[in-house]
Design a binder for this molecule. Structure first.
Ligand code: BGC
Length: 540
């Protein structure tokens, strides 16, 4: 519909922060590269593979948690926020990683998990030791309901009640995830001060910022009111087991805490604060960018990644977001991560043409793309047999839900024993997929591979300001696809269906196409794509 979609605010001119013009790459460290032969990826493994990331042409690395954890939720249950998890490496490895990444022009962003700790964190051990403990109020404790049951109706994001009873002290503690992940009480000034120290510590050590885990739920309703039931209008990905989660998180006071982190972050110019913020509606997401950029730089939500790979749906989501964000705010796009099925499977169903189209979408919309390790080779999910499941969700819910292991399997660096991930003969912590069908080394040797396509696309993004900074303006096409202009001089056309997609009124040349034979093809007034094909064009 002409005029339905907005024209975005102009992008950066000149001095854009690195994360705004750049591309991020998520390293799920346990599955990236193992150097000590225990079948688990580690920090030296990340260092060894920095050359791949430099060659690929990304700008920053988001590292999944590296601090001490008993691994009930694989690093997202932290037992020490400043010590390195021994199975992943040492503090010296972190320094070496920061130095080696810096030498290659790569920034490192780490995962910060402020909503909850491990039940084994010394703070929680002390907090649960008695009602009089000096750290009792570091966590959310409450008396039983009159019938002895949980204090309210809150449910955990992982299923079941969000409260566990502590026999010894006669109160319940809150956990929005596993019972091994007690929620911190962010009304406590001591908790806030402690996290100021943690944030400062890592920034002073050279981290370029944080991805902030479940950033939107850290503050809970002070009165612990029951969540209301969800209604039909509540989007499925925001409903919490039939509830509308308005009191166990998503409280307005969260913004005070983020502003506090922003002030700390700004002591190191260019620091990236990227929150995981699965909220509704879009206006709520916009609020996380703050007023005049005083909160997050990037707020990740899930409607896009959860959408089907269909032009009308995605185009409308992108239009909604462009409309909702304040002028100075910058979108962020992801197609895969360690919690969601990989894009090559979820969006593309294993079809290589669809995978390339999905990658064009991800890398050519206005905003910062986040590639998940393996996206660059079109890696799909792996079926993990039930006896190899490691994700607590898979273990609890299989076969109804197999959990998140399928998207966390080791990076296939090459074919053959160990897959370049670990030493031959070592059993990786999660099984490999089909190493012969999809691996980095084979694709690197093949200029027609997905890997080369992604690398070339990243190089173009870097070279052409329109592609990393230009405004987004949707264009009308005939057929199944979607097209948009970036800045003054570039157009992206994607065929998202079996039929053709035709864009009229454009002249110039194809710069890069998913069908590489079209690179350089002149365009005189009309471009026609086959099904599941995409091109980036320069206009005359
Ligand atoms: C992380 C998950 C984790 C959960 C609890 C999420 O947002 O990405 O992997 O299980 O937070 O920390």
């Amino acid at each position: 519909m002409p005029g339905r979609d907005p024209v975005s605010a102009p992008g950066d001119t000149g001095a854009a922060p690195w994360w705004r013009s750049g591309v991020l790459y998520q390293v799920y460290i346990r599955s990236f590269a193992d150097t000590d032969g225990d079948g688990v990826g580690d920090l030296p493994g990340v260092i060894d593979r920095l050359d791949h990331l430099e060659w690929l042409g990304v700008d920053g690395v988001w590292l999944s948690p590296i601090t001490c954890s008993p691994n009930a939720d694989w690093g997202y249950d932290v037992s020490d926020y400043v010590a390195i998890e021994p199975s992943l490496g040492t503090s010296e490895d972190v320094d070496r990683l920061l130095a080696e990444a810096g030498r290659r022009g790569l920034r490192v962003v780490m995962d910060l998990v402020p909503n909850h700790t491990s039940e084994q964190h010394a703070w929680f051990v002390e907090s649960r030791s008695s009602r009089q403990s000096g750290r009792r109020d570091w966590y959310v404790w409450a008396d039983p309901a009159p019938d002895g049951g949980p204090p309210n109706n809150w449910v955990s994001s992982f299923g079941g009640p969000a409260w566990t009873f502590d026999e010894a002290s006669g109160q319940y503690y809150l956990h929005n995830h596993l019972r091994q992940q007690p929620d911190l009480n962010w009304w406590s000034d001591d908790v806030r001060d402690e996290f100021d120290r943690i944030v400062t510590y890592w920034l002073d050590r050279g981290m370029a910022g944080f991805r902030i885990d479940v950033c939107n739920i850290i503050i809970k309703d002070a009165l612990l009111r029951d969540n209301p039931p969800a209604t039909e209008d509540d989007p499925l990905d925001v409903q919490l087991f039939g509830q509308r989660p308005v009191y166990n998180g998503n409280r307005p006071e969260v913004h005070e805490v983020i502003r506090r982190w922003r002030r700390l972050a700004d002591r190191h110019p260019g620091t990236l604060l990227m929150g995981e913020t699965p909220v509704e509606p879009m206006a709520a997401l916009a609020a996380y960018y703050g007023d005049g950029h005083d909160e997050l730089d990037l707020a990740i939500d899930f409607p896009f990644i959860s959408a089907p790979l269909e032009a009308p749906v995605m185009r409308s989501l992108v239009g909604d977001l462009e409309r909702a964000l304040p002028d100075e705010a910058w979108p962020v796009w992801t197609g895969s991560n360690h919690d969601m099925s990989r894009l090559a499977t979820r969006w593309a169903g294993g079809d290589p043409d669809r995978t390339r189209v999905a990658l064009v979408l991800l890398l050519c919309l206005r905003g910062t793309p986040v590639l998940y390790q393996g996206d660059e080779i079109g890696l799909g999910d792996t079926d993990v047999p039930p006896d190899r499941l490691k994700d607590p969700l898979g273990v609890a819910y299989w076969p109804a839900y197999a959990g998140r292991d399928g998207m966390r399997t080791p990076m296939p660096w090459r074919d053959g024993p160990g897959g370049g991930f670990t030493a031959p003969g070592v059993e990786p912590w999660l099984p490999f997929g089909d190493l012969t069908a999809c691996n980095v080394a084979d694709q690197r040797a093949d200029p027609g591979s997905v890997l080369h396509f992604v690398r070339d696309l990243l190089a173009l993004r870097r070279q052409i300001p329109d592609l990393h900074a230009g405004a987004y303006r949707p264009l009308e096409v005939d057929g199944d696809g979607w097209a948009w202009q970036r800045g003054d001089d570039h157009v992206v056309v994607v065929g998202m269906g079996e039929g053709t997609t035709v864009l009229d009124g454009v002249s110039g040349a194809v710069i890069i196409g998913t069908d590489r034979r079209r690179d350089g093809e002149p365009v005189h007034g009309r471009v026609t794509l086959h099904g599941w094909e995409a091109v980036v064009m320069g206009l005359d």
